[in-house]
Design a protein around this ligand. Structure first.
Ligand SMILES: [Zn+2]
Length: 243
């Protein structure tokens, strides 16, 4: 059995998809039964989505100077995101630092899977080691072909979603269209890779019933994505979308 403090410590790694399958199963089992930890996850879940807003220029600057400004910006966005929730700045800062470190490593030309740091024992904001000057892989030229879209509906006929996948230099940009989710639900989009890796790509708060559009990003290349899952903050899977 795993306790709350161990789960809190692992949550940052969990949202970044850095836990191994055994750890992930134990954390998810706990999250399904512990509202407090599930609420904490809801606070951290936006981080990978926020990372999608970090530009390559930000990362290049972060590689040559302390990324304080970057962290400040991420933290400000997280703060806005959870205006009414209680602050646990240490955990958020640690997760943000780990996220920025992962982004710096990813942009430094490492393969995305290697770039995912395993910061399981996050206790304080880790300093980001200056990375070598990034040698960027070429951005795929726009081909003009429509981006592939996958979609699915839940058995009850209410929840339905589609995900559009646009290849990018370090993964895949995602556009999610979702309908039928009850108002007030906090959802995340999880990308599942062919070897069963999982990444929280974005998280959002459903504020109306009709169709809504959200964007996210995964480090998985398009051809490595096996499926997407729409999951709630308390760990329920609303929908699985084969890709
Ligand atoms: Zn707990």
């Amino acid at each position: 059995m795993i306790d709350c403090s161990a789960v809190r410590t692992a949550l940052g790694a969990h949202v970044l998809g850095a836990l191994d399958p055994g750890e992930r199963a134990r954390v998810e089992e706990h999250l399904a039964e512990c509202r407090a930890c599930a609420a904490e996850l809801a606070v951290l879940a936006p981080l990978p989505g926020l990372l999608a807003k970090v530009t390559e220029r930000d990362v290049e600057q972060a590689a040559v100077q302390p990324p304080a400004h970057l962290l400040d910006r991420l933290l400000a966005e997280v703060a806005r995101e959870r205006r009414r929730q209680r602050a646990r700045l240490g955990v958020v800062a640690a997760a943000a630092a780990a996220a920025v470190a992962a982004a710096v490593a990813a942009f430094a030309g490492l393969a995305p899977r290697e770039a995912r740091t395993p910061p399981v024992a996050i206790t304080s904001p880790a300093p980001v080691t200056p990375a070598p000057v990034p040698t960027r892989p070429p951005t795929p030229a726009p081909s003009g072909a429509p981006a592939p879209v996958v979609s699915a509906g839940a058995a009850d006929g209410r929840v339905a979603a589609s995900v559009e996948m646009r290849p990018r230099a370090n993964g895949t940009d995602l556009v999610v269209r979702l309908r039928g989710v009850p108002r007030g639900t906090r959802c995340s989009l999880v990308a599942v890779s062919r070897d069963d890796g999982r990444e929280y790509t974005s998280s959002w708060f459903v504020d109306y019933y009709g169709p809504a559009r959200y964007t996210g990003m995964t480090s998985f290349p398009r051809d490595q994505i096996k499926a997407f899952e729409i999951v709630t903050a308390d760990g329920r899977t609303l929908l699985r979308i084969p890709a």
